[in-house]
Design a protein around this ligand. Structure first.
Ligand SMILES: [Zn+2]
Length: 512
């Protein structure tokens, strides 16, 4: 087994090395057997230009003579959806994929095996791989509210997701510290809500702020561009529009949708803020209009509506909220939040989409069709799975990549916590104690990158990589050996790929 052959991450289900290698030259054709595969071939050609400055010729046609890479979809393959068979022989390469993403996943494995040589050809060792994913939701999240990242940076993030066969990007677009998505009907959301007059600097306990105006947002045109970029890499973008809490930026723009009427300023510090949306008819219309524009931009069947960390102080003191509770027979403010989420769910369902929310949406009663993202440990996910709701696991102990990954004395300032590479590698998304039937509701997991203490994209890379590479194996590989030493060996080789791309990954794990 050569070093090159043993650097694939996530580890494939079945793999057999063979002797010899295929040599990619500028005359090699990338041939697609169908339109679906042709789209993947074109994306792969673009990636090869980016990675190796190597121009592959692409076409839709049958095999002629000469060296070739052939790609084709085949719905009859005996593999999970998204699975593929990759055959690398001296005379040619064949990638056959099943359902959405299969061919692309095979091409991403191929990309990891490609070794450029000084004569500008690319050598690929012969082997046969038969592979498919364990979970259908393989997610990474990025918070662009606490700190903002450009379209190009978001695309670089998506590139990393694609390379490791993630298929879901959770884009956290609204929060107290900034509203980051243009909504045509409510321009003040970005004009006012997209900017703050200062930012907390350093440790939370120091309570220090600068007075630099900070902000930014994505136009709808930019959002469409990113959605399309991700779709070509078989990554679905799940947009998150926070409600009823984490709403300060929205309320700074439109204070009439709060309980007190404001005025408010876009938050400069971190934490949880008391002013949340007041559940008036006008607020529901406002949020439904926003969701209409969001759903027009994002084809995702799942829309994230937040639901976390919504203090009930204002609702307790608000005449409208209290009257509404009485009218609807709601016994507590938690039940009022449940009423709120259920109204939004009904609206989103009427548009043919499903809502997902953080596990606080369980409090006061879960909306009938909602999916749950379990972040405060696994209890919320377990309760939702037992109640036959689909669950994405994202427990903070194992899946919060804003946590420290090593001794805080040697690491840049982080929010706290400790989630080492080994913790992520050993993470098992299906919690013990669920029956086989209940376990089927755990559809995958996701890691979250909250950016209070992450000021630029290089730091995002440092926090996400290589922990996301370990998570990719947790989510994809069906034959995990749970051998951390072996993983570290493969990781060291795999990271050479990212050296080429100048990714600023963490090396903390090398001393652990
Ligand atoms: Zn109110």
């Amino acid at each position: 087994m050569t070093a090159q052959e043993n650097r694939l991450i996530p580890a494939p289900a079945e793999w057999s090395p063979e002797t010899g290698s295929f040599n990619l030259t500028p005359t090699t054709f990338l041939l697609a057997r169908d339109m679906q595969a042709f789209q993947d071939a074109v994306t792969f050609r673009d990636i090869c230009i980016d990675w190796f400055d190597f121009p592959l010729k692409t076409a839709i046609k049958e095999i002629g003579s000469g060296p070739y890479i052939e790609v084709a979809y085949d719905s009859t393959l005996d593999l999970p959806d998204g699975g593929y068979i990759l055959v690398i022989a001296p005379e040619g390469i064949k990638v056959t994929g099943k359902a959405d993403g299969g061919v692309f996943h095979g091409l991403m494995s191929l990309l990891q095996l490609m070794e450029p040589k000084p004569d500008r050809t690319i050598s690929i060792p012969c082997q046969t791989i038969s592979d498919g994913p364990r979970f259908v939701w393989r997610g990474m999240h990025l918070d662009v509210c606490r700190h903002f990242f450009s379209v190009d940076e978001v695309k670089q993030y998506i590139d990393l997701l694609a390379l490791y066969k993630f298929n879901s990007f959770h884009w956290h677009l609204t929060d107290d510290q900034g509203w980051r998505i243009e909504i045509k009907q409510y321009p003040k959301l970005t004009e006012v809500g997209g900017w703050r007059n200062g930012t907390m600097v350093g440790r939370y306990s120091d309570q220090q702020y600068d007075s630099i105006r900070y902000g930014g947002y994505y136009t709808q045109e930019e959002i469409r561009e990113v959605v399309d970029y991700a779709a070509k890499r078989h990554i679905n973008i799940v947009p998150e529009i926070e409600m009823p809490g984490h709403a300060t930026a929205a309320l700074a723009a439109y204070p009439e949708f709060s309980c007190t009427g404001g005025p408010f300023e876009v938050a400069q510090g971190w934490g949880v803020f008391p002013d949340i949306f007041c559940p008036t008819e006008e607020t529901f219309t406002f949020l439904e209009n926003i969701l209409d524009e969001v759903m027009a931009l994002f084809p995702s069947s799942v829309i994230h509506i937040g639901g976390d960390e919504a203090p009930k102080d204002r609702w307790k003191e608000c005449a409208h909220c209290q009257a509404l509770m009485q009218r609807e027979g709601l016994a507590s403010e938690e039940e009022l939040q449940s009423y709120f989420v259920q109204r939004i769910e009904k609206y989103v369902n009427s548009k043919g989409r499903t809502i997902i929310g953080w596990d606080e949406i369980l409090e006061g009663g879960l909306a009938p069709n909602a999916m749950v993202m379990s972040w405060r440990g696994t209890e919320g996910g377990i309760a939702a799975a037992k109640d036959k709701h689909q669950v994405v696991m994202s427990p903070n102990n194992d899946c919060y990549f804003d946590h420290y990954q090593g001794d805080p004395a040697n690491e840049p300032l982080a929010i706290g916590g400790m989630t080492t590479l080994e913790d992520v590698y050993n993470y098992e998304p299906v919690p013990p104690g669920l029956s086989k039937e209940e376990s089927a509701f755990i559809i995958g997991a996701q890691a979250n990158v909250w950016t209070e203490y992450i000021l630029n994209f290089e730091h995002v890379e440092y926090m996400a990589v290589p922990r996301m590479i370990a998570l990719s194996e947790v989510l994809w590989s069906t034959n995990r050996k749970s051998n951390f030493d072996d993983f570290k060996l493969r990781l060291a080789r795999n990271l050479q790929l990212l050296d080429r791309q100048h990714v600023n990954y963490s090396r903390t794990w090398q001393t652990q």
